[in-house]
Design a binder for this molecule. Structure first.
Ligand code: RB5
Length: 147
């Protein structure tokens, strides 16, 4: 699996921690920045990672900001993206199984590093269940086709 990871200044420390965590597991990670705690605008990084995922350059994306909320709102504006902000493992599992979320958003100022790693593992190790969930996800994707 190949992942794209991005953050703003509020998520930089957790992004660095998760990048190393993934690399230690031999998972390929494309780092889309930012690369310091200097103030930046989170939509720029949400767009970069979102376009990498939507364009098929990576399998899934990880976005980190202070809360995960801004990143999820912005990433969900990219066509084809289903970004889910998760603060617990149950939500991360369902984001994959029910919603086929292709980007996980995390809030560095909300959760600790240990929980973030568990949420990430849960997100990566669960798959979309398809079946009747597929029709619902298709309805979501049809919304962005509407003018
Ligand atoms: C930056 O201060 C903060 O607004 C950002 O990281 C994020 O939490 C936005 O949703």
């Amino acid at each position: 699996m190949k992942l794209a990871i991005g953050c703003d200044h509020g998520g930089y420390n957790l992004k660095e921690r998760l990048k190393k965590y993934l690399q230690d597991k031999k998972i390929e990670v494309v780092d889309c920045g930012t690369n310091s705690t200097e103030r930046v605008d989170y939509p720029d990084y949400a767009e970069k990672v979102g376009k990498m995922v939507a364009g098929g350059k990576v399998d899934r994306g990880i976005l980190v900001c202070g809360t995960g909320i801004g990143m999820s709102i912005a990433a969900n504006k990219v066509k084809g993206i289903r970004a889910a902000v998760c603060g617990d493992c149950y939500s991360a599992q369902k984001a994959r199984e029910h919603n086929d979320a292709n980007i996980l958003c995390l809030g560095e100022r909300v959760i600790g590093f240990g929980l973030a790693e568990q949420i990430l593992d849960t997100y990566l190790n669960n798959e979309f269940l398809g079946s009747y969930h597929r029709a619902r996800v298709e309805k979501i994707m049809n919304i962005e086709k509407e003018k």
